[in-house]
Design a protein around this ligand. Structure first.
Ligand code: PEP
Length: 251
């Protein structure tokens, strides 16, 4: 059985004091909730403050990015060791905004996954097609290329520790959600690809999240799909009410 996971990606929102208010609100609502894993991904600057609020609860902490090196002269970067030090257990890797605005390639994603795993962090690896690619019927081809490049030469042991988030770029922050069937088609493809390249056991246990304008009103219909195991939530994770409702409606 795959345990559902709902992760909130706060992106570049929330100062430390705002993050403390949001984390306290989520903690109040969700402290006894254990049917799903809940992960909060605030900006780097608020990681430790949020950790201090959730450390004695089942709610977990995640970062939004990671450096591929452990330490060194890499101005502006934050390593796995530093993220662990702040209380992180998860890290989002290869989000489409990082691919689009910061030039992250599948090769970089692969290096970051390795860095996360060797630092005992669980990578949430994001993949997904643009609107143009979907309209040109290239969705599966694009997703396959991202899987091949991002997961290149990872061992079975490494793959069994990762989480994949399918996030169609056209659905992120746009209010347009993929229909449950559109999402399920890609999730099913991802699981089959993992089965073919790695093993059926790994594929069966792999958690695949959906991301792209998830809201309290659409999470249920997404979660009833066989291969959708949770959600990566952006905009709706910035308010206690909507995030808590998504978490509750997901089970
Ligand atoms: C995201 O940031 O990964 C995301 C899915 O954003 P939103 O829910 O706002 O579309």
């Amino acid at each position: 059985m795959r345990k559902p996971l709902i992760a909130g990606n706060w992106k570049m929102y929330k100062t430390i004091s705002e993050a403390i208010i949001l984390a306290n609100g989520i903690k109040r609502e969700m402290v006894d909730f254990t049917s799903s894993d809940i992960v909060l991904c605030p900006p780097f600057t608020a990681l430790n403050s949020v950790y201090e609020i959730i450390m004695d609860t089942p709610i977990k902490l995640g970062a939004q990015d990671i450096a591929w090196e452990k330490e060194g002269a890499f101005t502006g970067e934050v390593s796995s060791v530093m993220l662990k030090d702040c209380g992180c257990e998860f890290v989002i890797i290869g989000h489409s905004e990082r691919r689009k605005y910061f030039g992250e390639t599948d090769e970089i994603v692969n290096k970051k996954i390795r860095a996360a795993l060797s630092g005992s962090l669980i990578p949430i690896v994001c993949i997904g097609e643009s609107l143009k690619e979907r309209e040109s019927n290239l969705t599966i081809e694009v997703v396959k290329k991202q899987l091949k490049g991002g997961l290149r030469e990872l061992t079975d042991e490494q793959i069994s520790k990762i989480i994949i988030a399918y996030e169609p770029v056209w659905a992120i922050g746009t209010g347009k959600t993929a229909t449950p069937l559109q999402a399920e088609e890609v999730h099913c493809f991802i699981r089959k690809w993992i089965e073919e390249v790695f093993s059926s056991k790994i594929a069966e246990n792999l958690r695949i999240l959906y991301g792209g304008s998830v809201k309290p009103s659409n999470i249920k219909e997404l979660m009833v799909q066989d291969d959708i195991d949770g959600a990566l939530v952006g905009g709706a994770s910035l308010k206690v009410e909507s995030f808590a409702e998504i978490v509750k409606n997901a089970v």
